[in-house]
Design a protein around this ligand. Sequence first.
Ligand code: MHO
Length: 214
Amino acid sequence: MITKTLKLILLSLPFFSCNSATNKPVNNMENKETITSGTTDTITLGGGCFWCVEAVFSRMKGVVSATSGYSGGSVKNPAYREVCNGTTGHAEVVQVVYNRNETSLEDILSVFFVIHDPTTLNRQGADEGTQYRSAIYYHNEEQRKIIEDAIGKLTAEKVFSDKIVTEVAPIKNFYKAEDYHQDYYTQNTNQPYCRLVVKSKVDKFEKLFKEKMK
Ligand code: MHO
């Protein structure tokens, strides 16, 4: 049985530090394109480590794809190593393509605001740095309104005791992360960070949003 204290100590350890990351070729595709067909739309979400956010949204009904990447900074074609040093201005994000006939941005946001903490500036749990900031990069004006309404409602209803600090901005870039970051949780379920951090978010999603699961 793992004790609470031991869990906290483990959580504070860098399981996958920048320096230990293998040096894979960087995907150099800049893709901020909104994938809109008649029924699909795209939203880009930063909620801390992208392994967590991707693991949740890839399991959500109506989500066509969830791609881990970097967004919101100024460095072109960043590598994970650079982003996790906090020097690129990018956040770890997940680009979510969704089918509007099967889900909605409102639904996606209701999950997003439960599986991460939007009140901790540049931090999610033990992960600290601007790359872990809470952020929503929208792809059209209609989305901006929906996001502002959702944040307004959470604030009015005092769902969080602290102020919501989520950055809300138009999408300016999206760089797909290295292949080994895609589908990371499913591929590495037994890795310590996955077992302790990612799993608890997936479990929370499964528990609270059963009807929204694929
Ligand atoms: N603290 C975690 C975060 C991983 S995530 C892809 C680690 O360093 O492994 O940022």
